[in-house]
Design a protein around this ligand. Structure first.
Ligand code: NAP
Length: 282
């Protein structure tokens, strides 16, 4: 049976370190600040935003929430982003996705100053990740790398398979594994013989968005399995992309959902906000 990679515990360690760092910064007159912008009433987004605010509070980061109605126009949202770009108390800006359909997400992301883009979604930051010379790492893939580190298993030379090629998870995830010298394969909805590919993986990352999609037959014995998915099962219960019951007996390490990648994502956001404040102060 696999060892469960406890994202809450790893996350608590990261936050403890950040707390000390923020305390030191405050003694030198610097308080890191994060602005979280949410448009509309999406219930999942409301939960994510609340957890981000709680995380800030826990480590001593100043945070402000801008909750805008669903009818907010793109121009109004861009004007708010522009205001936050100029606001000295704010080091990081996070616009919670998805945005309502009438707003162009790309235009909003590109409007965030790259120095305050703590999600690392701006094209300038994405480009920096490609060349392994970055200020911020995207929070979810960075959190996954921390969890892999926790296993003590070296990525170097390992077969790594990422299922999913989104700009916010799959692609940057593959890039980080590559920077750690893994041999990386990216799978997607057009991949043929998916199970054959995933059975090669020493490290398998599932970022598909389909409940219990990865099953025991898709796993190499002893693999490390990281489940990024956040889905609802047929009973409305939160579950990942990995069918925990059939996969856990085959692998060496596995992340649970909830309590795996999710808490790490928020901790990485806090880490990026602290890094942004530090770099501004230099
Ligand atoms: P996404 O943009 O919908 O991307 C899903 C990817 O899965 C796509 O690349 C898609 O391929 C691929 N896919 C879909 N069906 C497939 C199939 N049958 N076989 C192989 N690949 C398939 O989703 P995302 O934003 O990357 O998020 C993925 C999951 O992670 C979601 O459940 C999301 O809620 C969760 N998430 C969690 C966190 C966290 O903090 N824990 C953060 C972000 C996201 P195509 O490109 O070919 O369509």
């Amino acid at each position: 049976m696999a060892v469960i990679l406890d994202g809450k515990a790893v996350s608590a360690k990261v936050r403890e370190q950040l707390k000390l760092e923020v305390k030191r910064m405050k003694e030198n007159g610097i308080t890191p600040g994060l602005a979280v912008v949410i448009v509309g009433e999406d219930p999942a987004s409301q939960v994510y935003v609340r957890n981000k605010e709680k995380g800030c509070e826990e480590v001593g980061i100043y945070s402000e929430k801008h909750a805008l109605p669903a009818e907010t126009t793109q121009a109004e949202l861009l004007a708010l982003v522009e205001k936050l770009n100029k606001k000295p108390e704010i080091d990081g800006i996070l616009v919670q996705l998805p945005l309502p359909k009438h707003i162009d997400e790309k235009a909003v992301i590109e409007a965030i100053s790259p120095e305050k883009d703590v999600d690392a979604f701006h094209a300038a930051n994405v480009g920096k990740i490609m060349i392994n010379d970055y200020q911020f790492l995207p929070c979810t893939p960075a959190g996954v790398m921390e969890l892999i580190k926790e296993t003590g298993i070296e990525v170097c030379g390992k077969e790594c398979v990422v299922i999913g090629r989104s700009n916010i998870v799959g692609k940057p995830m593959a890039m980080l594994l590559l920077h750690s010298s893994g041999t990386v394969t990216i799978c997607h909805s057009r991949t043929k013989n998916l199970a054959e590919v995933t059975r090669r993986a020493d490290i398998l990352i599932a970022a598909v968005g389909k409940a219990k999609f990865v099953t025991g037959g898709m796993i190499k014995d002893g693999a490390v399995v990281i489940d990024v998915g956040m889905n609802r099962d047929e009973n409305g219960k939160l579950c990942g992309d990995v069918d925990f019951e059939s996969v856990a007996p085959k692998c060496s390490y596995i992340t649970p959902v909830p309590g795996g990648v999710g808490p790490m994502t928020i901790s990485m956001l806090l880490k990026n906000t602290v890094a942004a404040a530090k770099s501004k102060a230099q």
